[in-house]
Ligand binder design. Structure first.
Ligand code: SAH
Length: 347
């Protein structure tokens, strides 16, 4: 039997494991804080845990440590892209973005992705595997260690579809929020999904205070189905209905992400249709200039049409922002660095 990753256990699950070993609850808190507050990489580093218990832990558990293999800093801004080795020749990427309000890390939730969005570099090789909760948390921990700076915000917007790895992502959210660990506020976490509606309902039931971002990228089914195969499974209407339910249940405003692609989804007519469809939903639209991806010959909308699109939405009372493009010189967009690394290595 292969050993399971100790770092992926929530405090509650860790407590149950230790209880089974005849240990008291405070032991679980001690071990949890070694992992999620002191960020140790070896069970033997837990110096106030008896050697006997450490040996017992090592029989059943291991620490699946991810390692930095490459780091690229942007010359344009303070963005840093990290490539991590997660074992078995698989790499994932994370991005550190420095804002005036603090440091944000964009983490991956899967190695690769099986959603198939035509503009996205993460999906071209399919899904390699789900990441564990510990591997998601460790992307943040290792970046904090590397920079010596605290991470205050997390966006689950790197490679992968987080709701396609639902249980591990839920454990990750619990671990990262736990006050015995890093204690990150859920209000500082954004989860981005391509719109798996059944999972959005399940997430809403949990009543977490995280921000839900939905990648819409189109004002209707026709256009959405051309770029996002997931739109064939979940209709535009059903995605909006789930978003509305999420906002009503959690009282949190939903973000709709909309990457503007020239001639595909960026006309005034598209903006008007989008505005009319979003009316009545507590939401906000984040417009993203699409990043170039080698295999898709999509062209980024011009600055002028992005501004015009934003203007049309605002005029129709839809709150709109345009995303700043950080780290464009270092391939900071989803999956781009990982993809190039694999190509160069011939993998
Ligand atoms: N699977 C999730 C999260 C990962 S992608 C989702 O679909 O939301 C994070 C965001 O980046 C999504 O909005 C995605 O559509 C967008 N994205 C992917 N490739 C892009 C590109 N080439 N240019 C701009 N945005 C892109």
């Amino acid at each position: 039997m292969s050993k399971s990753d100790l770092r992926s256990l929530t405090l509650e699950k860790l407590g149950a494991e230790l209880e089974a070993l005849g240990e008291r609850p405070f032991r679980a808190r001690q071990i949890f804080s070694w992992l999620h507050s002191k960020y140790v990489l070896d069970i033997d580093e837990m110096t106030d845990i008896s050697k006997g218990l450490r040996e017992q832990l090592k029989i059943k558990f291991t620490l699946n440590n991810i390692k930095i293999v490459e780091k690229i800093s942007s010359m344009e801004d303070n963005t840093v892209k990290y490539l991590f080795d997660i074992g078995d020749d698989i790499v994932i990427e994370s991005v550190l973005m420095r804002y005036s309000y603090g440091n944000a890390v964009c983490i991956s939730s899967q190695a690769g992705c099986r959603m198939g969005c035509t503009f996205c570099a993460s999906t071209t090789g399919g899904l390699e595997r789900d990441l564990t909760a510990g591997e998601m948390a460790q992307q943040i921990y290792e970046i904090q260690k590397d920079t010596g700076e605290r991470v205050s915000n997390v966006v689950i917007m790197g490679s992968g579809e987080p709701l396609d790895n639902f249980d591990n992502v839920m454990d990750f959210l619990e671990i990262i929020h736990d006050k015995h660990g890093t204690g990150l506020s859920h209000r500082h976490i954004t989860l981005s999904t391509c719109g798996l509606t059944d999972k959005i309902y399940r997430l809403a039931e949990k009543q977490l205070q995280i921000t839900l971002a939905i990648s819409l990228h189109a004002p209707n089914d026709d256009i959405r189905q051309k770029t996002m195969p997931v739109a064939l499974r979940y209709s535009f209407d059903s995605v909006l209905k789930a978003a509305k339910d999420y906002a009503n249940t959690t009282k949190r405003r939903v973000t709709f992400e909309y990457a503007l692609i020239q001639g595909v989804n960026d006309s005034t007519e598209n903006a008007l249709e989008l505005a009319s469809r979003l009316r009545g939903i507590m939401c906000h639209v984040n417009l993203i200039p699409v990043n170039d991806v080698a295999e898709a010959n999509y062209i980024r909308s011009s600055e002028k049409s992005i501004k015009a699109f934003a203007h049309t939405l605002s005029e129709n009372n839809i709150e709109t922002t345009i995303r700043r493009r950080l780290g464009s010189d270092i391939n900071a967009a989803c999956g781009q660095l990982r993809k190039r690394y694999k190509e160069n290595r011939g993998g």
